[in-house]
Design a protein around this ligand. Structure first.
Ligand code: HEM
Length: 621
């Protein structure tokens, strides 16, 4: 299923808006020759367009040529009219929203649409969105700002809330570019202004903490690859961690929110796409072409298809993610056709999109994910897959919770007087220890598999190995055990490699914890030239001093105890894994090429927080 979520249309004709509203400089269409037209704004030339904009036959032919099954069309920002009186902007929105539905009606179920709304008036915008959603639009395209208001404006956030309530997808499109006086030439508003505008919108929304308040079901996408956002995320993150003013009012560092929004793929360069996917994750990028405008992708989808991304990632980018964004589930365009609206604004055959247990939890997709390699299938291979997948799901949850612990400890370090974040960190750490306890226990299930049963399908697994568990390594890096050498096992999967590189660069739980103790006044600044041993001793003494003053530091001691328990449980995990390995393959080599159990025994020495253990020794002195 290939879905293009960012492309535009213009109707072949529309009423003379200047005459209709009695004000000048409205967009109008000047047909220049058969199949060609110019969009004018008052007397000013705006853009050459062709019949692909208004003729569904032409669109469908070009979609067939490019292998695109569905387009989600939207009008063009030049029609937003956010700076006009609301009644004119609303009337204009209605004209083009109904025209979009008419185009979709003739699109054989392969064209769907996003509406536009008069965003300068939130009540009118919400009402028009609701009308359009009922009439068959899948969501709304909005500009990235309304005059001086960015997306963090309280009214606009209310509108986004309404979109979530209406299950309406939101495409944010840059428009009305900043500093146009300094960009009169070279199409700079497009090449420079648009990326900056988009980044500005995203940064405003993230740092304002809007994502902490907006419902998680809000589906929002930023066009043009999210502009400069992904490339400059490191800069934003650095500022967030190091300067209170740059933190805004969001609870977590900016990178925490990456799974809350999508970006499209309109970046026109393989390296840029690869980087975008590595930064945002393959679940958050969708095919967007800017078709059929002159700067759009010439053969829609070629950038993704020709990339080095895995087949699985390509499938997501080309359409899988769009189904999620648009709330279309896994339904085919044929099925959706039944729900396409008529121009009069009524659904021909309303389709039920109510959430069910199965659709919410993606049960059909989940149950598709166990693909044994043995043929004929060995009975125990399913167990082997299910156990590993369960581990990976819990690793995902651990990463999610530990990231939140890091953010809480960072906040606690920055505001030592406030206790809330310390309690919250301890609470989440308790969850992590409980999960890890389950992970230790879970090996027993796999031990019901006889060694001979494993050997029956083991040769099908090579060279896949636990060494390649990206999330396990992420957990180690996040907690502070950063061993760059382990990256070599992730060369075959560039996304995993990039993600681990990012984890290497990010502050670890270990470093954030001790920074927080520094904020608390328990750990001084290390003298220049201090050896690693001296730093280690100072950190252990900082912990020791917490324990010695338990009347004042119960909350921090609780955090220390949880971290110690977590450390302990991870060692138990390593030990139980080794026992499983010995029980199953004896002292033979692993599929990843290591010496097997004897290699793994070396890892038993690894601790995330050795200072917490050293403090115990110090307390007895
Ligand atoms: C029959 C069951 C299993 C056997 C025989 C086995 C064997 C091994 C071996 C020999 C290694 C060392 C690397 C290599 O040479 O491949 C390894 C590493 C690893 N395995 Fe397993 N394993 C089993 C089950 C599991 C399960 C259920 C998990 C759960 C996620 C798991 C996760 C890992 C991880 C994360 C590593 C890397 C450890 C590190 O680098 O410290 N393994 N495994």
């Amino acid at each position: 299923m290939v879905i293009d979520i960012h492309n535009h249309f213009f109707p072949a004709t529309w009423p003379d808006l200047a005459e209709r509203y009695g004000t000048p400089n409205w967009p109008w269409i000047k047909h220049t020759e058969p199949g060609k037209a110019d969009i004018m704004v008052g007397e000013r030339f705006f853009r050459h367009i062709d019949s692909a904009c208004w003729d569904p036959e032409v669109r469908l032919q070009e979609m067939d040529r490019d292998g695109v099954e569905m387009q989600v069309i939207s009008a063009t920002p030049v029609l937003f009219a956010y700076d006009r009186p609301v009644e004119h902007a609303l009337d204009c929105a209605r004209l083009f929203n109904d025209a979009a539905l008419e185009l979709c009606r003739r699109g054989k179920g392969r064209l769907r649409s996003l509406c536009q709304v008069p965003l300068q008036d939130i009540d009118a915008a919400c009402a028009e969105l609701s009308r359009c959603k009922k009439a068959g639009h899948l969501g709304v395209q909005i500009g990235n700002h309304v005059g001086d208001k960015n997306l963090d404006d309280a009214g606009i956030v209310t509108f986004l809330h309404h979109c979530a309530d209406e299950s309406a997808a939101v495409l944010v499109h840059p428009w009305d570019m900043m500093s146009q006086a300094r960009m009169p030439k070279y199409m700079m508003p497009w090449t420079v202004g648009m990326p900056a505008e988009t980044q500005l919108a995203m940064v405003a929304l993230v740092l304002s903490g809007a994502f902490d308040r907006l419902p998680a079901n809000l589906q929002i996408c930023f066009a043009h690859g999210g502009g400069s956002f992904a490339f400059l995320l490191g800069r934003l993150e650095n500022a967030w961690h190091r300067h209170p003013v740059a933190q805004g009012t969001c609870q977590f560092p900016p990178s925490h929110y990456l799974n809350r929004f999508f970006v499209d793929s309109a970046v026109f360069d393989q390296h840029a796409l690869q980087f975008l996917v590595a930064t945002m994750g393959a679940d958050q990028v969708m095919l967007g072409s800017d078709y059929p405008f002159p700067l759009g992708e010439e053969r829609v989808g070629d950038l993704i298809r020709g990339s080095l991304l895995s087949q699985q990632a390509k499938t997501k980018l080309l359409g899988g993610n769009a189904l999620r964004f648009l709330g279309l589930g896994e339904k085919s365009p044929g099925e959706k056709e039944a729900g396409v609206a008529t121009a009069s604004g009524e659904l021909a055959h309303p389709s039920s999109e109510q959430l069910t247990y199965s659709s919410y939890l993606k049960i059909p997709q989940l149950l598709e994910l166990q693909q044994p390699q043995s043929s004929p299938q060995h009975h125990d291979e399913l167990l082997f897959i299910v156990v590993h997948q369960t581990y990976e799901l819990w690793f995902k949850e651990l990463l999610h919770d530990l990231d939140a612990v890091v953010a809480n400890l960072q906040a606690a370090g920055a505001h030592p007087a406030s206790r809330d974040e310390v309690y919250e960190a301890a609470r989440l750490l308790r969850r992590c220890t409980e999960i890890t306890r389950v992970l230790v226990e879970q090996f027993t299930i796999l031990e019901t598999m006889l060694p001979t049963h494993f050997l029956a399908f083991r040769d099908k697994l090579e060279p896949a190995s636990g060494f390649q568990s990206e999330q396990f390594r992420e957990l180690e890096f996040l907690c502070g055990l950063k061993d760059e050498k382990m990256l070599r096992y992730h060369k075959p999967t560039p996304e995993a490699h990039a993600q681990l590189e990012r984890r290497l660069r990010e502050p670890s739980l270990h470093s954030v914890f001790f920074e927080a103790l520094r904020g608390l006044g328990k750990l001084g600044v290390f003298p220049e030239g201090a050896t690693e041993r001296e730093r280690f001793d100072a950190r252990a003494r900082a912990v020791q001093s917490l324990y010695q003053d338990d009347r004042h530091h119960r909350d921090w001691i609780d955090v220390c105890e949880r971290l110690t328990e977590f450390d302990e449980l991870v060692v138990s995990w390593r030990l139980r894994h080794i026992q499983l390995v010995e029980r199953t393959i004896g002292v033979n080599m692993g599929t990843g090429g290591s010496a097997g159990a004897s290699y793994l025994k070396l890892t038993l020495e690894k601790k995330f927080f050795p200072e917490l253990w050293e403090a115990r020794t110090l307390l007895m002195k």
